[in-house]
Design a protein around this ligand. Sequence first.
Ligand code: 13P
Length: 269
Amino acid sequence: MPTKTAPQRRPVIGGNWKMNTTLKPAEALALAVGRAAMQPPLHKAVEVVVFPPFVYLAHVALTLCHANSDLAVGAQDCWPEPPGAFTGEISVAQIKDVGGRCVLTGHSERRHVIGEDDALVCRKTRAALAGGLSCILCVGETLAQREAGETDAVNERQVRAGLEGVAAADMKRVVIAYEPVWAIGTGRNASPDDAQAAHQRIRAVVADMFTPDIAAALRIQYGGSVKPDNAASLFAMPDIDGALVGGASLKAEDFLAICNAAASAAAQR
Ligand code: 13P
């Protein structure tokens, strides 16, 4: 059974800029998105958050603040220890200090390119939550795992491991992003039905780990080649509560078209 029923989940759209942009284009992109986020149809209806590269995070947050935009800014990563001798790393406290409100954990590029394992992803998730931030925990299978029929098993393992030790009360600040690795940056995306099936299964895992109410309130984003022309069909699915967008988040027009598609879908629910 699809789990679309109450409570109504406000869609959440993330723009993961990855290692892209330079200072001035980052500022212009943030302002364009930040202004639109304050207007109908987005304001209050859709939660929008952008994830600039660390070097631009403080500047983007300050720019949005000066423009009176409440567009949220998040970090693409964090280090799970308190401030100290960790050369090159950024603490949760530092992210919060410069206006960051959210952290991405378990992104496939950090799992598969940088080599992070489930245990480190979990430490980062818990550190972000302990530091008062919200967290988007990313999960998803590789192409080989999908072809071997392991999609649900991989998602379940990553969800259980990533949320191990997370307090039920903190689940309000958690979003899960289902991002099949083979769909990221490839132009191939999961069909709405395949994504829906994966989301439904992930929600069932969260219900088993926590409670059915926590699972029903949890927002699960889809990520992987989301574009203006495929967003609406994904958002029409009952367990898809938004998107984590890579490439298309670098163009304000495309990113806002995706945000607007989420607003339309929410209005029809
Ligand atoms: P693309 O939208 O470029 O496929 O990237 C998805 C992603 O990794 C978002 O975190």
